[in-house]
Design a protein around this ligand. Structure first.
Ligand SMILES: Nc1ncnc2c1ncn2[C@@H]1O[C@H](COP(=O)(O)OP(=O)(O)OP(=O)(O)O)[C@@H](O)[C@H]1O
Ligand SMILES: [Mg+2]
Length: 245
C-alpha cells in the first residue's frame, strides 16, 4: 500500500499540490483525473522520488519514503515501484533491448544472461517479441508506449505509476494498452496508479477514480459508480464541460 498524506508542493510562490491525501491499495487500479496543468505528473514524480515535496509524507508498505535520499530511493523504492512516463522517455541512443534492460542493471543483481532472458520475456509480454535490436526512432507511437511499459515492468515491480498511457493513441491502440495494463495487474499482481483523460478506458480498467483539483484530491469513488456522483466539479469534469478548458 502506498499512502500520501498532506502532500504539499510549490514552485516559487505557485502552489501546485496544496494538501493531497490519497492511498493506493494493494492490487487495485486507481486512476487520477484532473485538467491539464493541475499537477498530476508532479504528484507521480513526487511519489517515485523524482521531485521532492515541500511537506507531507509518502509511505510505502508502512515505511516513510518521502524523506529518502536519492540513493535510498534507488535501493529501496525504485526496485519495487516503476513509472511509465508521459512521453515514453526512451533513450534514443539505446536499442529497445538496452532500454528495457536499464532498470534491471541498476536495481537487480543479475547475470547478463538472466537480464537478457527477462528482457525477451517482458517484450513478449507486451506483445513485442524480437525487437530488442531496433532503435526507438524506428518504432510507432503505440510500440514506444509498449516498450516504455516493458521497461517499467522488467524489474517486476509491486507498484506501477502510469502517466497518461493512452494519450495520443488511436482508439484501437488505446484498447491494446488498456488490456495490457489490466493483464499486468492480474498476472504480476501489481497495484497501478494511472493518470488518464480517457474516460472510456478509465471505466474499463480502474477500480477507483480520484480527482485532483486546485491542489487537492476533491473526490474519490468506485469507477463503476462514476456516473452517479454528487460532486458537482467531478460531474462537470467527466462530462467534459467547457469551464474546464
Ligand atoms: N520543474 C518544474 N518547475 C517549475 N514548474 C513546474 C515544474 N514541473 C511542473 N511545473 C508546473 O507545475 C504545474 C503542474 O504540472 P504537471 O506537469 O504536473 O501538470 P499535469 O496535471 O500533469 O498536466 P498535463 O495533463 O498537461 O500533463 C504546471 O503549471 C507546470 O508548469
Ligand atoms: Mg502530466
Amino acid at each position: 500500500m502506498v499512502t500520501i498524506e498532506h502532500l504539499h508542493k510549490q514552485f516559487d510562490k505557485r502552489v501546485i499540490l496544496e494538501d493531497v491525501n490519497l492511498s493506493l491499495n494493494d492490487g487495485e487500479v486507481l486512476t487520477i483525473i484532473g485538467k491539464s496543468g493541475t499537477g498530476k505528473s508532479v504528484l507521480l514524480k513526487s511519489i517515485i522520488g523524482l521531485m521532492k515535496p515541500d511537506s507531507g509524507t509518502i509511505t510505502m508498505d508502512g515505511q516513510v519514503i518521502s524523506d529518502f535520499t536519492e540513493n535510498e530511493y534507488n535501493l529501496h523504492v525504485r526496485n519495487q515501484m516503476s513509472m511509465v512516463f508521459q512521453e515514453g522517455a526512451l533513450w534514443d541512443s539505446m536499442t529497445v533491448g538496452e532500454n528495457v534492460e536499464l532498470a534491471l542493471r541498476i536495481h537487480k543483481h543479475l547475470s547478463e544472461d538472466e537480464r537478457k532472458k527477462i528482457v525477451a520475456e517482458t517484450l513478449m509480454m507486451v506483445g513485442l517479441g524480437h525487437i530488442e535490436n531496433e532503435y526507438p526512432e524506428d518504432l510507432s507511437g503505440g510500440m514506444i508506449k509498449r516498450v516504455a511499459i516493458a521497461r517499467a515492468v522488467a524489474t517486476r515491480p509491486k507498484y506501477l505509476l502510469y502517466d497518461e498511457p493512452t494519450t495520443g493513441l488511436d482508439p484501437v491502440l488505446s484498447n491494446v494498452i488498456d488490456g495490457l495494463i489490466a493483464q499486468l495487474n492480474k498476472e504480476l499482481d501489481v497495484s497501478s496508479l494511472i493518470i488518464s483523460h480517457d474516460i472510456e478506458s478509465i471505466k474499463k480498467i480502474s477500480d477507483r477514480v480520484a480527482m485532483l483539483y486546485q491542489g487537492n484530491i476533491i473526490h474519490t469513488c468506485r469507477a463503476e459508480d462514476m456516473w452517479n456522483q454528487r460532486n458537482d466539479i467531478f460531474n462537470k469534469f467527466i462530462h467534459g464541460e467547457v469551464e474546464f478548458l
